[in-house]
Design a protein around this ligand. Structure first.
Ligand SMILES: N[C@@H](CCC(=O)N[C@@H](CS)C(=O)NCC(=O)O)C(=O)O
Length: 342
């Protein structure tokens, strides 16, 4: 008995604080967030559709919507977010060091990032894959014709690793032209420093619309990798991990159940038991997360369900014009599937 209680005490002490170098981080992110009055959310400052500052000075995008949704779940107010713009190289250390509470920045869930960096991926808000963009003048129709090409990409990304694998396995050579930021990558491509720009395919469409002459470039058909992009939190704080995870799942379940920004108030009177649990009319699921039982109501009112967020930010009605594809719900031909609110 003695031994057992010592072990329990020790493991509680180790989960109570996490040390990264000289900084000691609290493992109760929810309390910190509540004390601060906002969620510190790491985003990509300038990626159309995902996160960028709009002409009104306000951040928008599918990744931004997740920051807003978590703020709405915690505070009932989607505006209570402090955005921290991070490039690919600095994003994971910013999370490890406690500079941010969550990262929502087109970040691929990989084994190494999950297992070796003290981080946890809380879901997938966009299923992506890596592609190539070339100038039409080159007359290239397939990535298999890229032997000897010079390639612009952003360093510190899975993009860099996938290119190396793809060219090696197809016995092709390439010249790497790497940059720290997306703007530099795009400029390098536009000024002819490279023949090809490679990145996650969603981003190619976003970057293409930033070109002076978007119609002169095409995206090649090959998708050379799996890039499941999703929110990331620190390991050692399961409560916060669950909050981020179930906020995203709540938005997906709301889409599946047909609950939208416009009808959420009316849905509070529904007889459907799934919707009653989702909105906290029945049961206390939200309280199990340390939140209000109706935590999903402000999320849906202020941000919307997953499909609404997708359409408004990257969907066919947005400047990016991306079809739902893999990001459709599982029962609509896609692979987005959230566990049940029960
Ligand atoms: N999903 C990949 C790539 C993410 C990434 O950062 N891609 C670059 C695209 S070239 C980007 O988004 N850059 C935007 C920026 O730094 O503003 C990863 O997690 O490593």
């Amino acid at each position: 008995m003695m031994l057992r209680s010592t072990i329990v005490k020790m493991s509680l002490a180790t989960v109570a604080v996490l040390s990264f170098g000289s900084t000691t981080l609290s493992a109760d992110t929810l309390s910190d967030v509540q004390k601060n009055g906002f969620v510190k959310c790491g985003v990509d400052g300038g990626l159309p559709g995902f996160s960028e500052v709009g002409s009104d000075g306000v951040y928008k995008g599918i990744d931004v919507d997740l920051c807003r949704a978590v703020a709405a779940a915690v505070f009932g107010d989607a505006k209570k977010v402090k955005y921290v713009a991070l490039n690919a190289k600095e994003r994971l250390t910013a999370l490890q060091s406690g500079e941010i509470d969550m990262l929502s920045r087109n970040t691929t869930w990989t084994f190494t990032r999950d297992a070796s960096l003290g981080l946890n991926f809380a879901g997938v808000n966009y299923y992506d894959g890596q592609g190539f963009m070339v100038n039409k003048k080159l007359g290239v129709k397939s990535a298999k014709e890229l032997d000897g090409a010079s390639i612009c990409l952003q360093t510190g990304t899975t993009t860099e690793l996938n290119v190396a694998d793809y060219f090696r396995s197809n016995k092709m050579k390439y010249k790497l032209v790497s940059y720290d930021t997306n703007d530099q990558v795009l400029k390098g491509y536009e000024t002819g420093r490279c023949d090809v720009l490679t990145s996650d395919q969603s981003q190619l469409y976003g970057l293409r619309i930033k070109l002076a002459k978007p119609d002169e470039s095409i995206v090649l058909p090959e998708v050379i990798s799996k890039e499941p992009l999703g929110p990331v939190v620190r390991q050692g704080d399961d409560k916060w991990f669950d909050i981020v995870k179930w906020t995203l799942y709540g938005m997906l379940n709301a889409e599946e159940a047909g609950v939208t920004t416009a009808n959420v108030d009316a849905m509070l009177k529904t007889d459907n038991p799934d919707i009653k649990r989702l909105l906290g009319v029945e049961g206390q699921l939200g309280e199990q997360l340390g939140l209000k039982k109706d935590f999903m109501v402000p999320v849906l009112k202020q941000v919307g369900n997953y499909g609404e967020s997708f359409e408004a930010t990257v969907g066919v009605g947005s400047p990016l014009k991306i079809a739902r594809g893999y990001n459709a719900l599982w029962n609509k031909g896609g692979i987005q599937y959230a566990p049940p609110f029960r």
